[in-house]
Design a protein around this ligand. Structure first.
Ligand code: SAM
Length: 246
């Protein structure tokens, strides 16, 4: 496999991202929950992308800063709104130079990081950007343990008379590294939309939060604060930085 480049995702996906994700997630529920958690305070989004959540939050009047490693994704955001302050940077190391009431990372974006170390660094970086009592919110799919039997996935995403879109991927049960791509087959040729990174369970996230000095405050099965159960498809975790340190 070619060397892992975090900018590759945006370079390939930016132009099609909004079209392919329209209506796929509960954007309104996410915006409502994040808005309520932030109150009047500022929010920081890691992996802000095209601004699917940051733009409506900013348009509601929130002070929102979005970090992304991909200038291609941020160009799509800039084409929609100038209400979000954007920073080009790696979410594991970037320093924005401000404190926030809420830091968040949505739609599996923690999975774009390649290693467990990177994911721990993200938790630490989130904590470093929160005021005492601030919250770090993550939304991901509900990740179950992966066995060898279900480590290879192939799904037909869409079929038209002259176009076929497939989603294919292999997850390494040892490292949880996912090596995937969407493939679009048309009469003009084949295009690849890679997705690489490491899947992480909610149990592991709890330990990462502890390493970063934060505690689990809420875990929901959706953005409307429904219960998280064995049948849940996704989970939202809210971690809190203690009000007092030391
Ligand atoms: C799945 S998209 C999510 C975009 C948006 N947050 C949403 O919910 O629609 C993941 C985003 O993370 C960005 N990204 C990947 N690696 C990154 C890194 N190391 N630091 C910052 N952003 C990164 C990608 O460029 C992409 O915009």
């Amino acid at each position: 496999m070619a060397e892992f480049d975090p900018r590759l995702y945006g370079a390939r996906w930016a132009e099609r991202y909004d079209e392919w994700h329209a209506g796929m997630m509960d954007d309104d529920g996410a915006v409502a929950a994040l808005s309520e958690l932030a109150g009047d305070g500022p929010l920081l989004e890691f992996g802000v992308g095209t601004g699917r959540l940051a733009v409506p939050l900013a348009e509601k009047g929130h002070d929102v800063v979005g970090v992304d490693v991909s200038e291609d994704m941020l160009a799509q955001l800039a084409g929609k709104s100038d209400a979000v302050t954007t920073v080009v940077g790696d979410m594991t190391t970037v320093r924005v130079g401000r404190e926030f009431d809420v830091a968040f990372i949505a739609f599996n974006s923690i999975f774009v990081l390649a290693t467990q170390d990177d994911q721990v660094r993200l938790f630490r970086n989130a904590a470093a950007h929160l005021r005492p009592g601030g919250r770090f919110v993550l939304e991901t799919a509900f990740v179950h343990g992966v066995g060898v039997a279900d480590s290879h996935k192939l799904r037909v995403a869409s079929v038209e008379s002259d176009q076929l879109t497939l989603s294919a991927g292999i997850i390494d049960p040892v490292t949880q590294f996912y090596n995937g791509t969407w493939v679009e087959l048309t009469p003009e040729g084949t295009r690849f939309y890679p997705i690489h990174g490491r899947n992480v369970t909610h149990h592991e996230m709890d330990l990462m939060a502890q390493l970063a000095g934060m505690e689990l405050e809420h875990r929901w099965g959706d953005w409307k604060r429904g219960p998280f159960t064995a049948e849940s498809k996704l989970h939202v975790s809210v971690y809190r930085k203690p009000s007092q340190t030391g």
